[in-house]
Design a protein around this ligand. Structure first.
Ligand code: SAM
Length: 292
């Protein structure tokens, strides 16, 4: 659901944590608090995860709200809910969240697999991982295995990961899509820094495709720069012909830059969210003898 914030350019969104509650219960709770329910969100698929509420005069601090403290709602931008939703791992499957902290998308993945199966989450930053442990505990996540580890050093051939079919990669990026950071980061976007980030992102994306049973990989950033988005995807596809792009949400209003229109972009102007990019790669089906 969303709450419009004073003069802010984007609404405040929260994700309903289906590990702990249901959309209906959250709607009832907020109605009893005086929120008015304004129907479902404008894109049908968000029905199950996000619905808009609006209480014009209220400046509700959701950080202090019971539903947040109890882990029933997660404060997460709508665009940032796309990666786990689109990866759509099956209940009981094995999933990797490659650059996971502070764990919003990890907890979303756990909700999608209903805490069944296995969720391997890696991050280099110990402090962010400790924040993540608190978040996952509050969200009722139990299927995870956290590791303070460089994802690039995780061995894809290890028997631990032999059943991994889904990987979410949301690596460090320039953050140029974050409305609150825009002024701060704009001065730092020199070509050298963007190039270094893009090189790291491509290495990570290539690494995800080395896991022997991986079927689908979602790559996302909160950057508006094509160097970190379409150009990373383009280089990766050239280096990994066994994978192709999946055409995501045909009705989504903002697409990746030509020719990568299978991918999604998000922005304050078109989707009323932070700036965001999402691509999904899938393994091509094996060719039959006739096709060879
Ligand atoms: N997916 C997270 C979420 O939704 O809460 C946000 C991830 S943030 C954009 C990127 C994360 O990647 C940071 O926490 C950073 O510490 C981590 N990171 C950077 N380099 C890494 C590496 N080589 N291996 C694992 N994690 C890394």
């Amino acid at each position: 659901f969303q709450q419009t914030r004073g003069n802010d350019v984007i609404p405040r969104y929260v994700r309903v944590n289906t590990l702990k509650t249901t959309l209906e219960d959250v709607i009832d709770y907020l109605k009893r608090e005086g929120f008015s329910y304004q129907g479902t969100a404008f894109v049908v698929f968000f029905l199950t995860i996000i619905s808009p509420f609006h209480r014009p005069s209220a400046k509700t601090a959701f950080h202090n709200h019971f539903l947040y403290k109890a882990g029933h709602i997660i404060l997460q931008d709508k665009a940032s809910c796309l990666p786990a939703f689109l990866l759509n791992p099956q209940v009981g499957s094995h999933v990797i969240d490659a650059c996971a902290a502070p764990g919003n998308k990890t907890s979303h993945l756990a909700a999608m697999i209903k805490n069944k199966g296995k969720l391997f989450a890696f991050d280099l930053d110990a402090k962010r991982l400790s924040t993540m442990s608190t978040l996952l505990l509050r969200a009722g996540v139990t299927c995870h295995q956290l590791a303070n580890q460089d994802f690039l050093k995780v061995d894809p051939q290890s028997s631990e990961y032999k059943e991994v079919e889904y990987i979410l990669l949301d690596p460090s990026c320039s953050g140029s899509g974050m409305v609150c950071l825009r002024d701060e980061v704009s001065e730092l976007q020199d070509e050298g820094r963007l190039q270094a980030l893009a090189t790291f992102q491509l290495r990570c994306l290539n690494h995800t495709l080395q896991f022997p049973r991986v079927q689908r990989v979602v790559y996302s950033t909160c950057s508006i720069h094509s160097q970190e988005n379409e150009e990373v995807v383009s280089a990766c596809l050239q280096q990994n012909p066994a994978f192709r792009l999946v055409h995501l949400l045909p009705n989504w209003p903002e697409r990746g830059h030509e020719p990568f229109t299978e991918c999604l972009r998000a922005s304050t102007a078109k989707t009323r969210t932070h700036g965001f990019f999402v691509a999904m790669l899938e393994r091509r089906p094996p060719q039959t003898d006739e096709e060879n």
